[in-house]
Ligand binder design. Structure first.
Ligand code: DMJ
Length: 615
């Protein structure tokens, strides 16, 4: 069998018009064809997008879609299209330039509003929280004293609050604090580089209690429209908790306005990443946006601070109560349990604890800065639980017993003071911050073991007296930051950098508690002396400022109106000149920033994540 078409043909026998190809020719043709196809594929898949879509980039997309026949576009029609587009853009630009700045701004604003509206429609915002029974809210208004002279003093305090608030409203609105001399906003590292309106949040409940309702509404509006915690700022967990969460929760309980509760919960969520440490002891600072935490560079051996991680309990228990989310309660109970397991040198709690290793840092103990509110919150956890949290009460009693043994002494001049314990040595120096302890001892007297109520009330009175002396021995009648009981010194500051007064509340706080428990008129008298001195030496046209030297008759200002002046100092003064039915202590517990939270009758409630309370 032959296959002539496939056989090689001799030249002689080559037909003039051959209809078939030779095998080698076919092979070459096939090769060319496959090379061409590969090229086409390569071009389509591997060339950059812009070259593939060049025609669309030229603005022909609409045209192509219209015509569905890209290949019939001539070069001329393409040029016409480009020219027309350019002319249109030029025309639009000219029209824009003809418009006034205001018109343009109005247009931009309308556009912005539209975008915001669209966003809102897409995101209906946070879901409302589950309803919980509102604790009984008693004695939140009025409290007008029957005596006209006391009422006059109270009115003066309200006027001081107005001046502080109005100045901040005018010169620092939305900033964290105010510079009353420079008349502009101010902030410190505790708030990171944020503008969270700390003074507004801190002041709200004071405004409410004083009956300054217009101002309160103004603050509420700002919070509704501006307070946003999604900011890239590294804040102090402790400060944000006591000022913002405490302030928002108190404003919620007093006014019943949901927005405060929602904001408090939103912020608390942002603080939770701070607890992601090997031990569960939180970092001192957390970035609100990234959730990354770290500790203060100055703290001993990378430690967290006792007064910071130990001052979360009140607010976190309320957060669990209000949201039904056990996480908050569990975080603070974990801290309590961890501390309970640790050895305490001489029964004392050191101020520093490393959150990585779970070991104490330097063995320093203080009832002033770095330690103070840890002890306060043990007592207040018990009070806030309607005295059912006996574990907290016992921990408080043991801690105070050790403090009395090692830190509290009488000076040669007979003044009782609380010193600072440093590696087994007692420094005979007391800070202004430690003056709050007079009020704490009085508040904890009832319920103390071995019927020592009288003893603790007396101790409170002695501390109040010592702190009053620290004021009375200055030129301005305002207390220094720290004062000594050494080498013949009695309640006076020695170092220049301890002579300042920054509008702190602790001494007045103690006067108020002592007044409530004893009704001894000297506490109102001392409170009035302090109020007059503040009005005389700290008041300026743009608000109130701290002073750098309370021993100088010609003091210089530090030019800061601290947010705690509105939250605490003025609130305690106002309460001191009000009757006791305003914010009764049986129903309210004040957090360490003077934000009142209601007693939770935990005997009748089980918090999610907890065992039923035992009496
Ligand atoms: C306040 O922020 C709080 O009272 C805190 O506990 C320590 N002290 C400042 C005001 O002095």
């Amino acid at each position: 069998m032959t296959t002539p078409a496939l056989l090689p043909l001799s030249a002689a026998g080559y037909p003039p018009c051959r209809r078939t190809l030779r095998l080698s020719e076919k092979f070459i043709l096939l090769l060319i064809l496959s090379a061409f196809i590969t090229l086409c594929f390569g071009a389509f898949f591997f060339l950059p997008d812009n070259s593939k879509h060049k025609r669309f980039d030229l603005g022909l997309e609409g045209q192509l879609q219209l015509d569905h026949f890209p290949c019939i576009l001539t070069e001329e029609s393409l040029r016409d299209k480009i020219r027309a587009d350019h002319e249109r853009a030029l025309q639009e630009a000219k029209e824009k330039l003809r418009k006034s700045r205001e018109e343009l701004q109005a247009e931009i604003q309308t556009e912005k509003n539209k975008v915001m509206e669209d966003l809102k429609k897409k995101d209906p915002g946070p879901k409302p929280l589950p309803p919980v029974p509102m604790p009984k809210v008693v004695g939140v208004s009025d409290g007008e004293p029957p005596e006209p002279d006391v009422k006059e003093k109270r009115d003066k305090i309200r006027e001081m609050m107005k001046h502080a608030w109005d100045s901040y409203r005018q010169y620092g609105w939305g900033h964290n604090e105010l510079k009353p001399l420079a008349k502009k906003g101010h902030s410190t590292n505790i708030f990171g580089n944020s503008q969270l309106g700390a003074s507004i949040v801190d002041a709200l409940d004071t405004l409410y209690i004083m009956g300054l309702h217009e101002e309160f509404k103004d603050g509420q509006e700002w919070i509704e429209q501006n307070l946003d915690f999604g900011v890239n700022a590294e804040v102090s967990v402790f400060e944000v908790n006591i000022r913002f969460i405490g302030g928002l929760l108190a404003a919620y309980y007093l006014s019943g306005q949901e927005v405060f509760k929602l904001k408090a919960v939103q912020l608390a969520e942002k603080l939770l990443p701070a607890f992601n440490t090997p031990t569960g002891i939180p970092w001192a600072m957390v970035n609100l946006k990234s959730g990354v935490g770290r500790n203060w560079g100055w703290a001993s051996a990378g430690s967290s601070i006792l007064a910071e991680f130990g001052t979360l309990h009140m607010e976190f228990v309320h957060l669990t109560y209000l949201t039904g989310n056990p996480a908050y309660y569990q975080k603070v109970m974990h801290i309590r349990k961890l501390l309970a397991k640790m050895d305490r040198p001489n029964g004392l709690y050191p101020n520093y604890l490393n959150p990585r290793t779970g070991r104490w840092g330097q063995h320093h103990t203080s009832v002033g800065g770095l330690g103070d509110s840890f002890y306060e919150y043990l007592l207040k956890a018990w009070l806030m639980s309607d005295k059912t949290d006996s574990e907290a009460r016992k921990t408080y009693d043991d801690a105070i017993e050790a403090i009395e043994r090692h830190l509290i002494r009488k000076s040669n001049g007979g003044l009782t003071f609380i010193g600072e314990w440093k590696n087994g040595h007692l420094e005979r120096k007391m800070g202004h911050l430690a003056c709050f302890a007079g009020g704490m001892f009085a508040l904890g007297a009832d319920g103390s073991p071995d019927d020592k109520a009288g003893h603790y009330l007396q101790l409170g009175a002695e501390i109040a007296h010592t702190c009053h002396e620290s004021y009375d021995r200055t030129v301005l009648k305002l207390g220094p930051e720290a004062f000594k009981f050494d080498s013949g010194l009695e309640a006076v500051a020695v170092r220049q950098n301890e002579k300042y007064y920054i509008l702190r509340p602790e001494v007045i706080e103690t006067y108020w508690y002592m007044w409530r428990f004893t009704h001894d008129p000297k506490y109102r008298q001392w409170g009035w002396e302090a109020a007059q001195a503040i009005d005389k030496y700290c008041r300026v046209s743009g608000g109130f400022s701290g002073v750098k030297d309370v021993y100088s008759s010609n003091p210089t200002y530090d030019d800061v109106q601290q947010s705690f002046f509105l939250a605490e100092t003025l609130k305690y003064l106002y309460l001191l000149f009000s009757s006791d039915d305003l914010m009764p202590l049986e129903s309210w517990v004040f957090n360490t920033e003077a934000h009142p939270l209601p007693v939770l009758h935990l005997g009748n409630i089980t918090l999610p994540g907890s065992e039923p309370a035992q009496r």
